[in-house]
Design a binder for this molecule. Structure first.
Ligand code: CP
Length: 308
């Protein structure tokens, strides 16, 4: 069986196959009737221990566009509240013949723990501060679509890197595909040893923005911060928020990205979030296509070029 756990486990060839398949899935999503029978008879369980708008909805839409049966459960609505363990929960879903379990969990490594224990394929939809591979893939798809490729691009990732599974997966994924990464953020939000992933590190946002082809802004993860106050927020916006003035040093055709949810007026100003450089909603659109590609490839599609 195949699992999608993190970007480290995917080769350059596999990433390229996923992105090429996602391009074809996007074409299906743009048809007047945007549904194909490709995954008819497959059962997909969306199992989310943490809140989600984009990831859960887009996996659900992706499953339905491919005619799979999808069911969504949250930790608060399941028997986890009665003390059932993660492993027992997953084994029960497996006993119902779930082909794929898409899973989000607050603990780093939870999907890696489950993957060898169940027959169902596991797709990691975000685990703690560790990995969010489908987000990195949709980000790569968006940049490839807008820039024609990834090799040699300068990608600035700015914000709360320490708590960001999106940053980790994007650093690994973009590096593998030949982009150069600079990570920027306050010292308290920069994890030790992040350089080992092959990224340049700075605490100066203006340096990160200078000459960037892509600027990826990350939100402050208030729920994972200790001692978070309104004055932290104001100070953060002043020193690390992206605004029009700061953007002057970036390339004229720079892309502004954000995985969402956005803290408007904190890490990014309203005008830039909604402005002409922003591809934030393109990321969301491409999220459905990438997740269609992942569901399709995980159950063994792609061998005969038979996406539809
Ligand atoms: N980008 C992202 O993972 O958004 P959600 O938390 O809404 O799924």
């Amino acid at each position: 069986k195949k699992d999608i756990l993190d970007m480290e486990s995917l080769s350059v060839e596999e990433i390229s196959l996923i992105l090429d398949t996602a391009d074809r899935m996007k074409e299906i999503s743009q048809r007047p009737v945007k549904k194909v029978p490709t995954l008819r008879g497959q059962t997909i369980v969306l199992f989310f221990y943490e809140p989600s708008t984009r990831t859960r909805t887009s996996f659900d839409i992706a499953a339905k566009r491919l005619s799979a049966d999808s069911i969504s459960i949250s930790a608060s609505g399941s028997s986890i509240v009665k003390g059932e363990t993660l492993i027992d929960t997953a084994r029960n879903l497996e006993a119902m013949n779930a082909d794929i379990i898409v899973m989000r969990h607050s603990s780093s490594g939870a999907p890696h723990l489950l993957a060898p224990l169940v027959r169902s394929s596991i797709i990691n939809a975000g685990d703690g501060t560790h990995a969010h591979p489908s987000q990195a893939l949709l980000d790569m798809m968006t940049v490839r679509e807008k820039k024609g490729g990834l090799k040699g691009l300068r990608v600035a990732i700015i914000g709360d890197i320490a708590h960001s599974r999106v940053a980790r997966s994007n650093i690994t994924g973009f590096k593998k595909m030949g982009a150069d990464i600079i990570a920027a953020g306050p010292p308290t939000m920069m994890p030790k040893g992040i350089e080992s992933l092959g990224t340049e590190v700075t605490h100066n946002i203006d340096h990160a923005v200078d000459g960037a082809d892509v600027i990826m802004m990350l939100r402050i993860q208030k729920e994972r911060q200790k001692n978070y106050t309104l004055s932290t927020e104001r100070e953060y916006a002043r020193f690390y928020g992206l605004n029009k003035k700061r953007l002057e040093n970036a390339k004229k055709d720079v892309l502004i990205m954000h995985p969402g949810p956005i803290n408007r007026g904190i890490e990014i100003s309203h005008d830039l979030a909604d402005g002409s450089h922003s591809v934030i909603l393109d990321q969301v659109t491409n999220g459905v296509a990438v997740r269609m590609a992942l569901l399709y490839l995980v159950v063994g599609g792609g061998k005969n070029g038979d996406a539809d």
